[in-house]
Design a protein around this ligand. Structure first.
Ligand SMILES: [Zn+2]
Length: 113
């Protein structure tokens, strides 16, 4: 009988790391916004690492739109990672992201696009 594969492997990704093992370099973007609202960015803001400044925004290449300084913040990524790791029991594993609600705000760290 063939070995069974986990659903994570079947999605083509790797297993989600435990939040305590998550590192800055694992995070592709973070989100900070109002809890219980839409998370597209209309009730908060997404941030990417500073290395992404000047890179084309996926899906918007045809417009030539690139990430600028306002879209990127290493500081915010470190902040969200710190918030998540400070309260691991409250972290929700979203498959390709980790989310936590603190009071009226939600913080999310995405680990892939
Ligand atoms: Zn929205």
């Amino acid at each position: 009988m063939m070995a069974t594969r986990t659903t994570d492997e079947m999605k083509g990704g790797t297993m989600q790391k435990d939040i305590s093992e998550l590192k800055f370099a694992d995070i592709t973007s973070v989100y900070s916004g109002k809890a219980h609202h839409c998370c597209c960015g209309c009730a908060g803001k997404h941030y990417r690492p500073n290395v992404d400044i000047g890179k084309p925004i996926p899906g918007l290449e045809f417009q030539g739109t690139k990430y600028d300084k306002d879209d990127c913040s290493d500081r915010m990524i470190r902040k969200v990672l710190g918030i998540l790791q400070a309260s691991p029991s409250k972290v929700e594993d979203g498959g390709n992201c980790y989310a936590i609600t603190i009071g009226k705000r939600i913080y999310i760290a995405y680990t892939d696009d």
